[in-house]
Structures are given as C-alpha cells and as structure tokens.
Ligand binder design. Structure first.
Ligand code: 8YV
Length: 314
C-alpha cells in the first residue's frame, strides 16, 4: 500500500522525522527551494499537515489540499492555524498540551530571575574582567516574597504559580473566569491586576480572543520599577505600549521569550540592558521536545489507523 503523504511546515528533529518517514512520504515545505512547485506537484496527495506553534497553517494553504484530513501541531498554541477553516471543512487539529507545561513555567522563572538578578550582566562582569578591575557589580533586585501577577491562569499559569509558592510570593491573577478552587486573588483584567503586583507574567493563550490583552491601560497601570515576563505569545501584548513602559521605567526589568513578528523582532528590544531576550525557546529542552514529537506522531498514527485522536483541540 502507498505510504500516506504529509506536508511538514517547519524544521523537526531527526528523532521525529525518521520515524515519520518510515510510514509516510514527507514533503518538507521549509526546505523546498520552490514551495510553489512543491505544492503544485504534491498538493492533491497530501493527507495531513504537521506544523508548529509559531508557523501554523493558513486557510489559503489548506484550501489547496483537497485530501487534507488532519493538522497535527508540534506545540500547544494553535493560534497560527486557521481554526474556522478547519471547523468548516471537518479537519481536526491536534496539539501537544501538558508535556511542555513545566518547561514553559521553568522558562518564565529563568527569565524572571535572569532579569531581576541581572544574570547576563553578572556573567559579562566576570568574563570580561570587570570584576577584577572594578570590584563588585551594582546591586540587583529581589525576587522572592514579591507580589506576582499571572495573566492567564491555565495549565502554564498554574505551573508558574506552583513555582511562585516556593519563592514565598503572593500570587494574584487575571483571567476571564475566576478559579474559585485556587487560593489566589482574581482580577477581571490585566489593567486591574497590573498596579497590584510587582511582577507581571503573561501565560495567556494566543489567538484572536487575547490579541492585545495586555493593553496600553495595563502597561500604564504598572507601578514604576515593575518586572514583566512573557512566555505565551507576543500578540497578547500591545507591543508599542510595552516598549513605552520599558522606556519610561515603569518596567525596570523584563524577560521576553515571545514577540510580534518573530524572528524579525523590533530591534529596539536588543538595546535595553535590563531586558533579557530568548528566541521563543520556552519548550526547548531535549526531554520536552521529544515528548512533544512523540505526542504529535502518535496523533498522526492514530489518524491514519482510524483510531481516536489523543489530543484533539475542541
Ligand atoms: C513551539 C509553542 O511550538 O507550544 C507552543 O505553542 O509556541 C512552542 O512550543 C515550539 O517552539 C516548537 O516549534
């Protein structure tokens, strides 16, 4: 029997490509010298798309694949996949929830600590001999015991809260629905939460419903000297307002893993000494990427075996 054909939208590790290749014909769109030619030749045979959180799949692309039956996302966020198109055409979407939650929460804390304790500067201080020449580095900012505001208390937000408890923090959050079973104070909007905390961490889901969720009112409501961390999606922030808040010192330190227009981000971010930058890498550990790849592949296999999908987005 012919192997089913898959369209792969972005780079995957060999430990995923090889097992996929054993059972499928793979068309690697990201590697194609001429993506148009690849689609013209193979579109009619493609049965599933394998994509990533930051790449997604557009209605234009999916509309060219008459036999498309599945969009399998290697990532939890499906904001870049046209869900309305998939729903209208009966094409299920799968993602990789849970397996990446703890890594993303780790990254939120890594960025928070790196920013407030100025770890990149400390590293340079030692490495370039400033320590030996000038002595101790200027003092930094405490993290433990502060008031932490979480925007979006879903799976990742709750994993951040769990870590914050270990840091003796007072936890508050904003979100559409109060979570009465959790012992944290709820605020209806990021703008209401912002002035009540020292640190604001964005863990909201991406997508149209959260576009610009942390809006200008929220960034203007932060108290001077606040710390801001984003491990969700750049689209959740009004980025012009974020930049203004950094320039104005309302945000003294920031740790950012996500941006508008990745990877061609606004160059101004790189000019701020007190902002720690990461390249959308919060889920990027070997262990978690292996688990994400396995779950993505298991969904693909279930689809072709006619079995229930493991993690269909509903
Ligand atoms: C990426 C992510 O998918 O899970 C998400 O929503 O954005 C990330 O985990 C990951 O970088 C793989 O490309």
């Amino acid at each position: 029997m012919d192997k089913p054909e898959l369209l792969v939208m972005g780079v995957l590790p060999d430990w995923d490509l090889e097992p996929l290749r054993q059972r499928h014909v793979l068309h690697l769109l990201y590697e194609a010298a001429d993506p148009e030619a690849l689609l013209a030749e193979h579109a009619a045979k493609i049965r599933a798309i394998v994509t990533k959180g930051e790449i997604g799949a557009s209605a234009d692309l999916m509309g060219r694949l008459p036999r498309l039956g599945l969009v399998a996302c290697y990532g939890v966020g499906i904001d870049a996949i046209d869900r309305a198109w998939c729903a209208a055409h009966g094409v299920p979407i799968t993602n990789t929830p849970d397996v990446l939650t703890e890594d993303v929460a780790d990254m939120a804390f890594a960025l928070l600590l790196a920013a407030a304790r100025e770890i990149p500067r400390a590293d340079r201080w030692v490495r370039d001999g400033t320590w030996a020449r000038e002595g101790s580095m200027p003092l930094t900012t405490r993290v433990w015991g502060k008031r932490l505001g979480i925007v979006g208390l879903g799976r990742i937000g709750q994993a951040v809260a769990k870590r914050a408890e270990g840091f003796g923090m007072e936890i508050r959050y904003s979100g559409r629905t109060p979570k009465a079973h959790l012992p944290y104070r709820h605020y209806p909007t990021p703008a209401a939460l912002a002035p009540e905390v020292d640190i604001l961490v964005c863990c909201a889901m991406g997508g149209p419903a959260t576009q610009g969720l942390i809006d200008r009112a929220a960034f203007e409501a932060l108290r001077p000297g606040s710390i801001f961390v984003n491990v969700s999606r750049g689209s959740c922030c009004d980025e012009a307002a974020l930049l203004d808040a950094i320039r104005a010192g309302r945000i003294a330190f920031a740790g950012l893993d996500v941006f508008h227009n990745e990877p061609e981000i606004d160059p101004e971010f790189a000019g701020f000494p007190d902002v720690v930058l990461a390249p959308h890498a919060a889920s990027g550990t070997v262990e978690t990427r292996k688990a994400m790849g396995k779950l993505m592949r298991d969904n693909v296999e279930a689809f072709f075996a006619g079995k229930p999908l493991l993690t269909e987005v509903r």
